[in-house]
Design a protein around this ligand. Sequence first.
Ligand code: CTP
Ligand code: MG
Length: 173
Amino acid sequence: MDPVAILLFILPAYFANAVPVVLGGGVPIDLRRNFIDGRRMFGDGKTIQGLFAGMVAAFLVGAIMAHVIPGTQYEFFPNRLAYVISGILLGVGTMAGDLLGSFVKRRMDIEQGSSTVLLDELSFLLVALLFSLLLKPEILTLEAAAFLLVVTYFVHKGANIVANKLGLKKVPW
Ligand code: CTP
Ligand code: MG
């Protein structure tokens, strides 16, 4: 598959991951409750508002792609509905993966907001890709998945540095 098409394919997940930084906040998903190990389930960085904002953003990106991509050389689904469904799946998968990442961080006693190796950059992508397999497994070749892992790592790092400089994030990761 064309690298541009692969990046378009993952675009809803990138939006789902980025939008909560701006539109998130308020009541945490774990309602400030602890897990059985006495530490927070997810922590204050995972909010209900952010969760919904991320999922809606991915859905909207999918819906826009459904109107823009068909008929161009980057087409990767046979019909418009598939782009919308893909946006929804990537949105839900992204938020689930991001939550899983925070869950793992808390179990390892890593403070909310501090950085980890790989988990911050890739947990959302891995689960999003798993969810996207439900729609059209053949899109995700080993090559495409490897490409996305590497590109996403650097896009995430770069985006967070920019978000920090713009004052959207307190820390550059
Ligand atoms: N955010 C949110 N709701 C979510 C995900 C993110 O409100 N479901 C917002 C929070 O303000 C969060 C910010 O986006 O602080 C950055 O997200 P992220 O880096 O994923 O969370 P951290 O605060 O670093 O927390 P953690 O250590 O659990 O990753
Ligand atoms: Mg973080």
